[in-house]
Write a new protein. Structure first.
Lengths: 481, 138
């Protein structure tokens, strides 16, 4: 006869011999969707026009600055849209469209779990003091990549005079782009309507940085004012825009801006850069000369970590937070290592000195446009030269891969230069001087740039302008080292 | 009447259901929005209305011109205000509400566009500065 208590007794003994492993608490998934705040609140559109500051909110900073995190869990942010003239390079005043009256727009800093209460008035119809040449008022919108919301409800376009309000919670850490999403989106972004949202992990970053900055890379497609246009204002070049042929590729909205105003850091300090490539159409190979990225958090999220990186590749709207040490006194050069972009202005410095000497700028293609021609064709030629030629040529700063072009119009005829710029490969077969040049420059041929007759003329006008300048008026560092 | 209600219902559904990013109602309006024309209309107490153009619409200059001509020749319409975007299938125009009611204007336009088998869905109307009102809520 079986004892009915026996099975229970056996089970008890077995349990005593093989104690159950200690119950470990399952790790919490920081990306558990069920814990995220996805509760929708409908947007509101009204006819109430905000008349105060164009940008408001304790969480806002203007690049490259990044204020400490505002501890409030609810961040009220206002970024009104405006049309204004900005200077993207010395002498290049561009008709821009903005968020918060800045290009790039102010950076929003917050952390995971924070609520953003956003409002925006379309003030593109407000007159700009002293200038009557901004683009016509138009509809605009806001698209936050940091948000998880219905685009049809939150990102809808509003007319001049209207205000939109919506809110969302930040669920993922990262460096996120915001931009205008009104068609043609390409034109709105290329005109300056973008910025960054820095979202820290809920418990902060795993490292402690001594310096923290924001670097936003973007392109401009600027068309010089036509003949007879005395405004001097550059406008968006639609053809270049659609062909992805920028005239300027810049950090933080200004050609070589952080060369003139370097970001300070001291030897031994750890620098954290939040880098966003806005595009709209080019990639960025972001690199800092003289150091190695100790950490790269792709898209600004420490869970996407890489160590010991030299360069980080960013597509349009990609970002990374990079950290590195400043090993010793010096100027450390931030650059898009795609040097066609760098030569258009995507260069900046992190310097242990407030104003580093120009000789420290060892790196590549840093044109200064302190002196500029006034003839529109020569202006175009200068822009094209700075965009396409500085990787191989300087003007007045010595030989590079190709000749220094200072004085070129004095010892070459316009006809020769025209043929050379138009069909260099033919010249290399038939022209003795061209053959000699090839030999002198290590058999590196001048590439055919498929220039139009007008473009060739513009280059020559620029060279003629330069050569006609008195020696003491010639600009320095036109593409030198 | 039923058709009218159906049209307004469809217009309300267009942004979320039928059109991809960049082509919701406000984006369609943005594609033909002309601030100078709107400001002029408001100054004359005229209204500016935006329609979705439905039907076999060719994305060519000829079709665009045909719609522009139909709109510009309709009673009460401000000729210079007519804007057509065949990519986003949108028509915008200003009109004098004292001369023609919106319902009558749409009806006349649709008669003119019947040969092309095009119909119009009213999207939004501007009657006051900063206004962009939904038509079905009126």
């Amino acid at each position: 006869m079986k004892n009915p208590a026996l099975p229970a007794l056996c089970a008890l003994l077995l349990a005593a011999c093989n104690p159950a492993p200690e119950q470990k608490a399952a790790p919490t998934d920081p990306y558990d969707i069920s814990r995220m705040d996805l509760k929708p609140v409908p947007s509101k559109v009204s006819n109430e026009r905000h008349k105060g500051a164009f940008a408001e909110g304790a969480s806002l900073s203007n690049v490259p600055e990044l204020k400490p995190l505002d501890p409030s869990p609810v961040k009220t942010v206002r970024l009104d849209t405006t049309h204004k003239i900005i200077e993207i390079a010395p002498g290049v005043r561009f008709s821009a469209w903005t968020f918060g009256d800045h290009v790039p727009g102010p950076t929003i800093r917050a952390k995971v779990g924070d609520r953003i209460k956003f409002s925006m008035t379309n003030r593109s119809d407000e007159p700009v003091p002293g200038v009557r040449l901004t683009a016509a008022p138009m509809m605009h919108s806001m698209d936050f990549h940091a948000a998880m919301v219905s685009p049809q409800d939150k990102y809808k376009s509003i007319a001049p005079g209207q205000t939109i309000e919506f809110e969302f919670t930040l669920n993922y850490p990262g460096v996120f782009m915001y931009h205008c999403g009104t068609p043609m989106i390409l034109e709105h972004i290329a005109s300056g309507m973008y910025g960054a949202v820095i979202v820290e992990p809920k418990n902060g970053y795993p490292t402690k940085a001594d310096r923290e900055y924001v670097v936003i890379q973007s392109e401009f497609y600027a068309k010089a004012p036509g003949k007879g246009d005395k405004s001097g204002v550059y406008t968006l070049d639609g053809e270049r825009l659609r062909a992805s042929q920028p005239t300027h590729t810049v950090f933080n909205g200004v050609h070589n801006g952080m060369v003139k105003n370097p970001l300070p850091a001291k030897p031994g300090e750890r620098v954290r850069l939040h880098v966003l490539n806005v595009g709209p159409s080019k990639t960025s190979s972001f690199h800092v000369v003289g150091t190695i990225f100790d950490r790269v958090w792709f898209e600004g999220n420490p869970d996407n970590q890489m160590r010991g990186m030299q360069t980080v590749l960013l597509g349009s709207s990609n970002s990374a937070t990079v950290e590195f040490m400043i090993p010793e006194e010096g100027s450390y050069i931030m650059v898009d290592h795609h040097f066609a972009n760098a030569s258009q202005g995507a260069i900046g410095l992190i310097s242990t000195a407030a104003k580093p000497p120009a000789k420290d700028l060892e790196h590549h293609n840093m044109p200064s446009v302190e002196a500029s021609p006034t003839d529109p064709e020569a202006v175009k030629g200068q822009l094209a030269f700075q965009s396409k030629c500085l990787a191989c040529h300087s003007i007045g700063q010595g030989k590079k891969l190709g000749p220094d072009l200072a004085g070129v119009t004095k010892h070459r005829s316009v006809d020769w230069l025209t043929r050379w710029l138009k069909e260099p490969e033919k010249m290399l077969q038939t022209d003795a001087d061209a053959k000699a040049l090839l030999k002198e420059y290590n058999n590196i041929p001048m590439p055919n740039q498929a220039l139009s007759d007008a473009e060739v003329k513009e280059y020559i006008k620029y060279f003629q302008w330069y050569d006609a300048l008195p020696a003491d008026k010639k600009p320095q560092a036109q593409g030198g080292h | 009447m039923l058709r009218r209600h159906l049209a307004t219902l469809l217009a309300a559904l267009v942004p979320a259901a039928a059109l991809a990013c960049g082509y919701c109602v406000e984006d369609k309006i943005a594609s033909v929005y002309d601030h100078a024309a709107v400001a002029k209309a408001l100054g004359e107490r005229h209204h500016t209305v935006y329609f979705h153009v439905d039907g076999p619409l060719g994305k060519d200059e000829r079709t665009k011109k045909a719609i522009e001509a139909a709109a510009a020749s309709s009673a009460g319409v401000d000729r210079a205000s007519v804007r057509v975007n065949v990519e986003t299938l949108t028509l915008g125009l200003s009109f004098d509400p004292r001369r023609v009611r919106l319902v009558a204007l749409q009806s006349e336009l649709e008669k003119k566009l019947a040969r092309q088998r095009l119909t119009l869905l009213p999207l939004r109307i501007i009657e006051a500065p900063g206004d962009l009102a939904t038509i079905h809520s009126r």
